[in-house]
Structures are given as C-alpha cells and as structure tokens.
Design a protein around this ligand. Structure first.
Ligand SMILES: O=C(O)C(=O)C[C@]1(C(=O)O)C=C[C@@H](O)C=C1
Length: 289
C-alpha cells in the first residue's frame, strides 16, 4: 500500500501511518501540507492519504475539513485512528533553555503548549510551521542557537536535536484523531466499531432543516458523534454540514435514516463508513522507550 501523509518524517501523522498500516507500508511519502497529501491520493499517485482531523485540546484541523468538503464524492474515509500526543521542546546541542528566543511549531502544538511557553519563555517569539516535524527540521537546518522547536521525541531523534523539556503540553491525555483517506469505491464490511460520516448541503431556507435531518437519526437510535460546519464560499451565510454518527452505513437503523434524510436536503454525500480505532500509548514515550 502506498501512503501520502503530512510530513516531513517525524510528524505525529507519520506515527499514525505506521499504526494504521501495521507492517504493510510499501511506500510512505511525506508531503508538506494536508492539501498536497490529498492531491497525491486524488490524482492516483498514492493509494491512501493520512492527515490529522482533530485534536482534543486545539480542535479541528481546518485544512482537512476543507479537503473533505472539496473532494466529497471523490474520496472516502477508510479508517480513523486516535493517538495520544506528547510534546517536547528541542534545540540544537549546546542551546540552553535560557538562550531560547523563538519557538517554532504547528499552530495546534502552540495551542497545547502555550501555557508552558508563557511560563518558562515569556518573551519568546512564536513562529508557526506546517507541522511539528517541519519545525524540528527547520531548527536543525538553521542551527540558530536561539531557536527551539516543539515536536515529538521521535522528531528530536530524527533531526538530531536535544530535548530541553519533555511533555510540555497542557494535558497529558491529549489525543489527535487522524483519518486515512482512499478514492471512492464500495465501503468495506462492517466491524464492531464503525462510524459513518455524511456531508449534508441544503439550500432550503425553511426553519428546522438541520433539526429535521438529525431527528431522523435520533428516531432510529443512531448517535451523532460529531458535527462540523464549513462555509460555502459562493453563498455567504450558507454552510455544508459534516455529520459523523455511530455505526456502519449498511446497518438497518442508519441505512433507513439516510434514505429519510436524503428527502429533506438537497444533497447528502457519504464520506465513508470506517472503523474508529483508539491507541492510548503516548507517541513521545513510546518512541523514547
Ligand atoms: O505536526 C504534526 O506532527 C502533525 O501530525 C499535525 C498535528 C495537528 O494537525 O494537530 C497533529 C498532532 C498534534 O496535535 C500537532 C500537530
């Protein structure tokens, strides 16, 4: 199986690829952004794209939501994996904590480590990078003695940086959900832990369209696990809704609800029925061990 993922090597996304693929990664190719990884999938150069969807502290990853909306109908989620994330502060050998003037990382990692940085490096400039590993790579390349990156311990090892402080995130139980995407085609068979994602678009302005649609789910005992909205650029004030529910699309209650929901909206696109997997091992601790 060939995988495209948010790189470079050493991102949390790369850990997700390894865990999702087990031993079967033939080729895992890092890309500099979520859209670039998804483009590789859509154009047929990769069989899967693995990208972050949501962090339990910093929230949704907008780039991934945007790609799901843009490519709805062409791509499907084929697995979702939640993994524990743990962040270290790292710099070139010889840099002391008191030397650090700039802290570089992904916006979600800034969100999770902000309290620690404000307390220990209150005057540091905060610089964003496309991923945590990209921050580590940039700090290693520049060898600027006053720069530090926030990334996983795996990234510190990969880019030869020294860890100045470990596990600096606000919550030790922080988790990020990643999605594995494939091109559209028949859904895999049900497992005992499936979720289904639907994209709903409606131009009807009568009140209660969304409530009505969700009512079809609750009437059949289908639990909603996640709802997101995404603006429609050509229609100000109107939105797509991504609704994720428990269960597989072939299961009685959900299959019936979807038929009923279609009647109430202009378009309902299946974004996938997929196993939802949770791995509580902290990436940083695991790779350090
Ligand atoms: O930068 C990485 O290492 C990523 O895999 C991306 C990402 C994210 O998008 O939230 C994943 C987990 C962490 O919360 C920080 C960054």
């Amino acid at each position: 199986m060939t995988y495209a993922y948010l790189g470079p090597e050493g991102t949390f996304t790369e850990s997700a690829v390894r865990r999702l693929a087990g031993g079967s990664v033939r080729d895992a190719v890092p890309f500099p952004s979520v859209p670039a990884a998804v483009e590789s999938l859509v154009s047929g150069r990769s069989e899967r794209a693995v990208v972050p969807l949501e962090n339990s502290v910093s929230g949704v990853v907008p780039a991934t939501l945007g790609e799901l909306v843009t490519h709805a109908g062409r791509i499907r989620i084929d697995a979702q994996l939640s993994i524990g994330v743990s962040f270290d502060l790292m710099a070139a050998a010889g840099t002391e904590l008191s030397d650090v003037r700039r802290v570089v990382t992904h916006p979600h990692a800034h969100g999770q480590c902000g309290r620690w940085v404000r307390r220990h490096l209150p005057h540091a400039e905060l610089v964003t990078a496309a991923s945590t590993a990209e921050a580590a790579r940039a700090v290693a390349d520049r060898t600027a003695p006053r720069d530090a990156a926030i990334a996983s311990s795996a990234a510190a090892a990969r880019y030869g940086l020294t860890v100045l402080a470990s596990d600096i995130g606000a919550r030790q139980d922080a988790m990020t959900r990643f999605v594995s995407l494939r091109r559209s085609g028949p859904e895999g068979p049900p497992t005992d832990r499936d979720r289904t994602a639907l994209l709903i678009t409606s131009d009807r302005s009568d009140p209660g369209v969304l409530t009505g649609v969700l009512g079809e789910l609750s009437a059949r005992q289908v639990s909603v696990t996640w709802i997101q909205s995404w603006p429609r650029p050509a229609e100000h004030g109107r939105y797509h809704f991504l609704v994720e529910v428990d269960g597989h699309i072939t299961e009685g209650g959900l299959a019936e609800a979807v038929v009923a929901m279609r009647r109430g909206v202009d378009s309902l696109t299946l974004l996938g029925s997929y196993p939802y997997l949770v791995d509580h091992a902290l990436v940083g601790e695991r790779t350090a061990a």
